[in-house]
Design a protein around this ligand. Structure first.
Ligand code: HEM
Length: 434
């Protein structure tokens, strides 16, 4: 009984927090950051012509009074930003003026057949309009934080597309992590790779290069995101020694990944704490060791690993906090992989799936640039390898939805086999997709 009431209370708490409507900022710093009434007018004067020129959404506005829309948007942005304005349009919401609903955002937009891609296109135009009016990104993200939850009221339509729609916000597919999944550099995130919305799909390819004192790691592969829900990835890793006696060392591994978004949305749920949650599996097959033939070593099992293949299972939670311009991710992975599987699976010191935490945090410098850091704990199963955690500090640049570059300083701990030195160095990753 006790247990039930606790669960019920938790459920109620969750439901009430999910139902919280967006309320305007109570201080006026965002309003001032937007340049006050004058600044907001300039932004909307830039924004409205962009809507009318944007092939993704212009048809929706064909039959409406744009002069009126311009005035209403100014009022709405000003009020949400904490400015001294009252929205006087068709939209009334009891959280804003206490009057009660006359015609809320859902009613205003209900006949317009708006999809997620259209909603995002409009928000993207607004971001660009703010950029063009020199609004700092930390301020424009604060306004986006207030508008993003309106997706639940405004988006009423799904239209299955056979073509990729590139409809998600820039950077919200993450980059390609070193095992091929969508995420940060070393950690899978709950984000589904690429820019396909729930109505569409997307595909991308990546190439990643890591260069430490004694080793190099190349990873390349492809990922497909389907309906912003399912991700399928395939990556090939090639690990090479670059210093004697391991200068001929060469270990290859193939990784097949599946990820399923199971709850939440990293972008739209800005008015509650619920993150986007995904579960995933990575099937890894080590393809053997080259270059150690003189020692008679051709398979990771000869280095003490129990297996040359294995599964990683993970659950990831990702939250984008536009108000703080932050992306946070926590991943919990059950694994028996040694150095991601490059040194096989299990060993003399341990052979069970062990739970390992991974965390990432990124600051969204602007629409196209994020800087951050990651930490990934790993099991220590092999006596011959003093395996330690991975860390990195990264800069990710998204010049367009078709291309991104991630550069990082990566700290890969001791990758021991004969060179017992800390391995750190450059990480560079390119992703191209549609
Ligand atoms: C965060 C997203 C959005 C916000 C904040 C927003 C805000 C507004 C506001 C304040 C109005 C004025 C209502 C009034 O007259 O009082 C409006 C009307 C309108 N919006 Fe949106 N909107 C959003 C998304 C969209 C999208 C994605 C479309 C279509 C692609 C769209 C199309 C329209 C149209 C056509 C009208 C005129 C409707 C009418 O006058 O009856 N809106 N919107």
């Amino acid at each position: 009984m006790m247990k039930f009431s606790r669960t019920a209370a938790l459920g109620l708490l969750l439901a009430s927090s999910l139902a919280t409507a967006q309320t305007p900022y109570t201080d006026d710093s965002t309003y001032r950051g937007l340049g006050g009434k004058e600044g907001i007018k300039k932004i909307v004067d830039t924004f409205v012509p962009m809507l009318l020129a944007d092939p993704r959404i212009k048809e929706s506005f064909a039959d409406f009074d744009m002069v009126q829309l311009n005035v209403r948007l100014q009022e709405q942005f000003c009020e949400f930003a904490g400015g001294p304005c009252k929205y006087t349009g068709k939209y009334r919401d009891k959280t804003m003026d206490g009057v009660g609903t006359v015609r809320d955002m859902a009613t205003v937009h209900q006949d317009l057949k708006i999809t997620n891609a259209m909603f995002n296109a409009l928000a993207e135009d607004l971001q660009i309009a703010m950029e063009q009016n020199n609004v700092p990104s930390s301020v424009s993200n604060k306004l986006i934080a207030k508008l993003a939850p309106m997706q639940r009221a405004i988006v009423t339509t799904t239209v299955a597309q056979t073509k990729p729609d590139l409809g998600k916000f820039l950077a919200t597919g993450g980059v390609s992590q070193v095992e091929g999944a969508g995420g940060g550099g070393i950690t899978p995130w709950a984000l589904i790779s690429g820019y396909g919305t729930r109505d569409s799909w997307s595909a991308n390819a990546h190439y990643t290069y890591i260069d430490t004192q004694d080793y190099k790691l190349n990873s390349y592969g492809v990922a497909v995101g389907i309906a912003d829900r399912l991700e399928i990835s395939l990556a090939k890793q090639e690990f090479k020694g670059s210093l004697a006696p391991l200068n001929l060392l060469n270990i290859k591994q193939d990784i097949l990944g599946l990820k399923l978004k199971v709850a939440g949305d990293a972008v739209y749920e800005q008015d509650n704490w619920m993150p986007q949650v995904a579960i995933g599996v990575l099937y890894k097959r080590n393809k053997g060791i080259g270059g150690l033939g003189a020692l008679g070593v051709t398979n990771v099992t000869q280095l003490g690993a129990k297996d040359d293949h294995g599964y990683d299972y993970y659950v990831a939670a990702t939250k984008i906090l536009f108000e703080q311009s932050l992306l946070l991710n926590g991943t919990l992975r059950a694994t028996r992989a040694n150095q991601m599987g490059i040194l096989g699976f299990g060993g003399d010191k341990g052979d069970s799936q062990r739970l390992m935490p991974e965390v990432s945090a990124a600051y969204l410098v602007n629409r196209k640039l994020a800087v951050g850091a990651e930490y990934r704990r790993k099991p220590h199963n092999l006596g011959v390898d003093n395996e330690k955690a991975y860390y990195d500090a990264f800069v990710a640049w998204f010049p367009s939805k078709n291309f991104s570059v991630t550069a990082a300083y990566a700290e890969l701990g001791d990758i021991t086999i004969f060179n017992p030195k800390k391995q750190h160095g450059l990480y560079l990753s390119l992703q191209a997709g549609f």
